[in-house]
Ligand binder design. Structure first.
Ligand code: ME8
Length: 515
């Protein structure tokens, strides 16, 4: 079961989002990771002919940004402009095929936030009250007693929190307890993976407290329409980006009916509570349809700690791309760390996988296949019989497409990649077993050689089409060299012989020695 749905028989609409990133610092590999993950799914669904909209952007209001700006001696607007631009510049570098980049400082966003929250207010889900409790300015989160670390600290940022008291508007989150429990019961895949669903449900069952919806004293935010002395608490303003973007992403067009509710929100576990509890409750309060699902992945770790700007142990994605290339980055993140789990990454790990898997497994399969077709058949893929021995089993090519599609329906990105890689290795073994260079020695085994070359070219075509969502640039080059025009995943098994192939330079050249 996945999160996909049909709108009246035509193409499925597939609306996928990443979190919008705080502009209090520059992007790091953690941000690239989520965005690449979502991009893999977006690209894959486009190859399946679905109507895709892929959104990312920046979260610009609220205390985390206002504080960082103060520390740097600039206005929040200046800091937001500067860092938002860096996030935007990251997108083409990581080959993220986004359809829109939202900034919460966009006027179109603010206006829509006000409209939705006015409805929440009019529907009677707000009241005025006094908040007293511990607030982490870096998380922009009011911590419940069970969420606090020892000595009233923030367990994520490891800082001591002040007791805050302020007058603000509350959102009646507690009133949605039953509806949320029901939602989790009715739709067991609302949050994936399962263990994250259980965490979210446990949080709900622990008893929901009302939460602040607005904050006084802050000027960097969207004013509450019914009380302009207060601004909307940044998390509610931020969550609404997923909905507001559709109303103004295309000038003169409202995409809301076409794409809302969202198919999948992708994020890491740090913001599970906001997405799995506050977000559906807010939508219910506004009378809006709920997203189909969330996928909550783990952390990229460096030296066994979460890579984060506040801990300072971050890898710069721009530098990684410079050294290894964008597709190696896209591959490595999902190969080294199983999507959904936490996992460590390191420059040494990059190098190793680059050499053993990209250069030796995939690069080598591609270059030897193209070289043999050129040498033995003048560059034309011969017609041949499909080899049943390659089709079956866990690493067989026969149902590879179906297996990868099923996995990616559940956002199992690493498992989808694993399935493709097993097929790459199987094709390399096939070359060793069938030894085309021996078959090429005399005319008498010519039709056997045709079959082997045909099966190799076909296997490589299928696996490369499936890998194209993961490593778009590399796979495009290889598919062009194999004479494949389209990128659709329908009817994968139908190509005969006859296409012309071209030899190309190594897809993954030897790395320069590190400085
Ligand atoms: O939380 N490993 O923004 P943010 C994996 N603005 N993913 C990581 C990561 C790591 N080490 N570090 C960051 C916010 N991420 C809010 C979101 S959404 C309505 C508002 C990724 O800049 C991951 O997706 O702190 C995580 O959830 C997100 O960046 C947090 O980004």
């Amino acid at each position: 079961m996945g999160h996909r749905r049909s709108k009246g028989g035509g193409a499925l609409s597939y609306y996928i989002t990443t979190p919008i990133y705080y502009v209090n610092a520059e992007p790091h590999l953690g941000h690239a990771y989520t965005t690449i993950g979502a991009d893999i799914l977006a690209r894959h669904m486009r190859q399946r002919g679905e109507d895709v909209f892929f959104l990312t952007g920046t979260d610009e209001f609220g205390e985390p940004v206002a504080k960082a700006a103060e520390e740097q001696g600039v206005s929040p607007r200046e800091l937001a402009d500067r860092n938002s631009e860096r996030f935007r510049a990251l997108m083409p570098k990581i080959d993220a095929s986004i359809d829109f980049f939202i900034r919460t400082s966009d006027p179109g966003h603010g206006a829509k936030v006000q409209e939705v929250l006015q409805r929440v207010h009019d529907n009677g889900h707000t009241y005025e009250g006094t908040y007293e409790g511990y607030y982490c300015p870096r998380c922009a989160d009011f911590k419940t007693p069970t969420e606090l670390g020892p000595g009233n600290t923030c367990p994520i940022h490891e800082i001591v929190l002040e007791l805050e008291m302020e007058q603000n508007w509350f959102f009646r989150l507690s009133a949605f307890q039953e509806q949320l429990e029901q939602l989790y019961e009715d739709d067991p895949t609302f949050v994936l993976p399962d263990f994250r669903r259980n965490e979210a449900l446990a949080f709900i069952k622990g008893g929901l407290q009302d939460v602040s919806l607005t904050r006084p004293k802050l000027s960097w935010g969207v004013p509450a329409p019914w009380d302009p002395d207060q601004v909307i608490y940044v998390w509610f303003d931020a969550l609404l980006n997923y909905y507001t973007a559709l109303s103004y992403a295309r000038e003169g067009e409202d995409l809301t009916d076409r794409f809302w509710p969202a198919t999948l929100h992708v994020m890491a576990k740090d913001i599970l509570k906001f997405h799995s509890v506050y977000w559906p409750a807010l939508l219910l309060a506004a009378g809006l349809p709920l997203p189909k699902g969330l996928y909550v992945h783990g952390y990229l770790l460096m030296d066994d700690k979460k890579m984060s700007k506040s801990l300072g142990n971050v890898l710069d994605p721009f530098e990684v791309i410079e050294r290894f290339g964008v597709d190696a980055l896209r591959f490595y993140c999902f190969r080294e760390v199983s999507f959904g789990q936490d996992g460590s990454i390191s420059p040494a790990g990059f190098e190793q996988r680059y050499e053993t898997e990209l250069a030796n497994d995939f690069g080598n399969l591609a270059s030897r296949t193209l070289a043999m077709i050129e040498r033995y058949r003048d560059g034309t893929i011969p017609a041949g019989e499909v080899d049943a021995a390659l089709a079956g089993g866990d690493d067989g090519l026969g149902d590879l497409r179906v297996r990868v599609c099923e996995l990616l329906d559940r956002a199992e990105i690493s498992r989808g990649l694993e399935a493709c890689w097993a097929a790459v290795r199987r094709l390399n073994r096939y070359v060793e077993e069938r030894q085309p260079w021996v078959l090429a020695k005399g005319e008498e085994r010519s039709s056997e050689l045709d079959d082997v070359l045909y099966n190799l070219a076909e296997g490589l075509r299928v696996v490369t089409l499936l890998l194209a969502a993961y490593m778009p640039g590399t796979c495009d080059k290889l598919l062009a060299a194999l004479g494949v025009d389209g990128r659709e995943l329908a009817d994968l098994g139908s190509r005969g012989g006859g296409a012309e192939v071209e030899r190309i330079p190594a897809l993954f050249p030897k790395l320069e020695a590190a400085e």
